[in-house]
Design a protein around this ligand. Sequence first.
Ligand code: BTN
Length: 264
Amino acid sequence: MSFHHQPAFDLNQLQRETFVKSVQFRDQVDSTNDLALSLATQPEIKTPLLVLALRQTAGRGRGSNQWWASVGSLAFSVLLDCKSQQLEVRNWPRISLAAGLAICRVLRRTAAGHDFRLKWPNDVYLGDRKVSGVLVESASTCPDRLVIGIGINVNNSLDSAPPEIQEIAASLSDVTGTQVNCTDLLTRVLLELEAQLHAVRSGTPTLLEAWQELCMLRGRTVQVDSISGSVVGVCQGIDQDGALLVETEDGSARCLAGVVSRIE
Ligand code: BTN
């Protein structure tokens, strides 16, 4: 099945119904994160700012990864002012967990019966295929401002994706067999993101409890690669700092950063 419709966004609805105070919309952009980071230095910009594009030509993922975002996918960034959001630096690692959880919850409600899960640190998977990724970045010139970049495969059928992507990704419309209204989906994600950021701010345990419940790695043997080396063992979920807990032959390891390169 393939859908080639351009998603029409209702920008008024997004501003009216969510915590977003201003919107920058583009037909095409290299990366919504790059545009949001460049706008971060403008003091007059109203935050939270939503940067939204129909097409991204150079979408970025974590590390040196690229993000494939054809027409019909949702690619956006939210620029936050951490001072006015009362998000202290020590809470920043939880922000990406909060974003992943927000997306996962909305996808579970949108495509009921499908077992969307979280892959640490902040991807959303359906089975062994990735549906969504999150890239949180801070503006070096503007230390109080954070950009939460989110890509979700919505109406972009994987039929039109390069073969190497088809093997590892999934899109919502391919799963549900229907087109999804991107404005409504984005509205729900922003509402849930606001709620999860509130959980981060107030330190309620609900964020981590929900994460534990939806963590796809728990109980599975994983390999986590980071600058300090690789760790292999059985995943025990995450702890209160958002670190991935791995029970290795030499004892338990806490991974605060890294890439899960293998799951068994
Ligand atoms: C990952 O999977 O490693 C993260 C992917 C993040 C992709 C989104 S799409 C919108 C925003 N702009 C970017 O350039 N990247 C993020």
